[in-house]
Design a protein around this ligand. Structure first.
Ligand code: NAP
Ligand code: GDP
Length: 363
């Protein structure tokens, strides 16, 4: 019989890719969405047309219900009526820098939200498997590199602290009640659907807009920060695999390769046809194009009170036990993001450019 899944955060980057994957596998997918004053279902338009828009294309196996991770009663109601085989908890206040401004709200939604959902499942009594979207930010000031499932946590933001609470509660429900509840310790993963306030998408959009003459320059924060960036489409496959495993286990999901924000900039701008060289240091560092125009500068406004400087994951366990591996390289990821932004900003008039040029660092 076809399985039923419930996804929180279906309107987000990962939720949209996961919904597509599960529908392709024959699932009935229930997605929980928040009521918003403007349409927030843009990322799932390909598989669902919101009632606010013309109902031209709709997969009947995808159903949306209103709800919020801050509201336990609605979670109870949905779990009782849907009785899902699998629950993917992807909903969260996901932005690290914003979490310093909204620490209590982030704790409520990103941390307590997970336990509200776990409680709803426990009370319902229906045997559902539960996936918690945990984060490499748990490691924060990591004591070793690369990090694996045994590396101690040292969260460095309210977001990471909230994720740590949700991580431990997920493990605790597994150990206390025998639930199939697992954590995917996901490293950063990106795509053309990544939110524009995250650094990769901010860069690819700016590179495309600058290449098209629609923007002069972009300001960024810490150019030295390094991340292990993968492709979101690959990471939702890891989520699904973890939920099909024989026994519930937590896994690191990562590529094992890191790049700095500066390096991401170099590749993205080169791909857009605006190769950069770097000059200056610290807050005076800037990326300059071949005509000598400053295209990238540093603005301390984008610095964080503390930083997870270098996160690199060791995904050996999921590779070995579940056969997962990333299918897209870093260059392919940057390429697909820049090309998508070029196409979107040029109204589809511009095709993908050829392979990116090499980056140089003159500073
Ligand atoms: P995203 O694009 O920011 O999406 C977040 C989703 O959560 C959106 O659908 C959002 O709804 C929903 N949401 C926010 N507040 C909510 C609330 N109070 N109740 C219910 N839903 C709420 O995030 P993502 O990149 O897809 O990430 C998915 C999950 O993986 C998140 O939990 C994130 O923390 C975690 N994660 C992501 C990464 C990464 O690199 N992408 C890495 C590690 C962990 P609206 O659309 O209405 O805002
Ligand atoms: P995070 O790893 O979940 O915090 O994802 P982000 O994409 O928001 O940030 C990744 C890294 O890029 C962090 O170390 C940030 O400090 C760094 N960064 C540098 N400049 C920026 C910027 O302008 N915006 C964001 N969001 N991050 C930046």
């Amino acid at each position: 019989m076809a399985k039923t899944a419930l996804i929180t955060g279906i309107t987000g980057q990962d939720g949209s890719y996961l919904a597509e994957l599960l529908l392709a596998k024959g699932y009935t997918v229930w997605g929980m969405i928040r009521r918003a004053s403007s349409i927030n279902t843009g990322r799932i338009d390909g598989i669902y047309r919101s009632p606010q828009r013309e109902n031209t294309h709709r997969d009947a196996r995808l159903r949306l219900v209103y709800g919020d991770l801050a509201d336990g009663s609605v979670l109870n109601r949905h779990v009782k009526s849907i009785r899902p085989d699998e629950v993917y908890n992807l909903g969260a206040q996901t932005h690290v820098k914003v979490s310093f401004e909204l620490p209590v709200y982030t704790g409520d939604v990103t941390g307590l939200g997970a336990v509200r959902l776990l409680e709803a499942l426990r009370e319902c009594g229906h045997e559902s498997r539960f996936y918690q979207a945990s984060s490499s930010e748990l490691f924060g000031l990591a004591s070793e590199s690369p990090q694996n499932e045994q590396t101690p946590f040292h969260p460095r933001s309210p977001y990471a602290c909230a994720k740590a609470y949700a991580f431990h509660l997920t493990r605790n429900y597994r150990e206390s009640y025998g639930m199939f509840a697992v954590n995917g310790i996901q490293y950063n993963h990106e795509s053309p659907r990544r939110g524009e306030a995250f650094v990769t998408r901010k860069i690819t959009r700016a590179a495309a807009a600058i290449a098209l003459g629609q923007q002069e320059t972009v300001s960024l924060g810490n150019l030295n920060a390094e991340r292990d960036w993968g492709y979101a489409g690959d990471y939702v496959k890891a989520m699904w695999l973890m939920m099909q495993a024989e026994r519930p286990q937590d896994y690191v999901v990562a590529t094992g390769e890191t790049h700095s924000v500066r390096d991401f900039c170099c590749r993205a701008f080169a791909r857009a046809g605006v190769p950069l060289t770097w000059h200056g240091e610290g807050v005076n560092e800037h990326g300059v194009d071949q005509a000598g125009r400053v295209r990238v500068s540093v603005d301390p406004e984008f610095f964080r009170p503390v930083e997870s400087e270098c996160l690199r994951g060791d995904a050996s366990r999921i590779r070995r036990e579940l056969g997962w591996a990333p299918e897209h390289t870093f260059d392919e990821l940057v390429g697909m993001m820049v090309d998508a932004d070029l196409a979107a900003l040029s109204g589809g008039r511009r095709g993908a450019p050829s392979a990116g040029k090499r980056c140089s660092n003159a500073a």
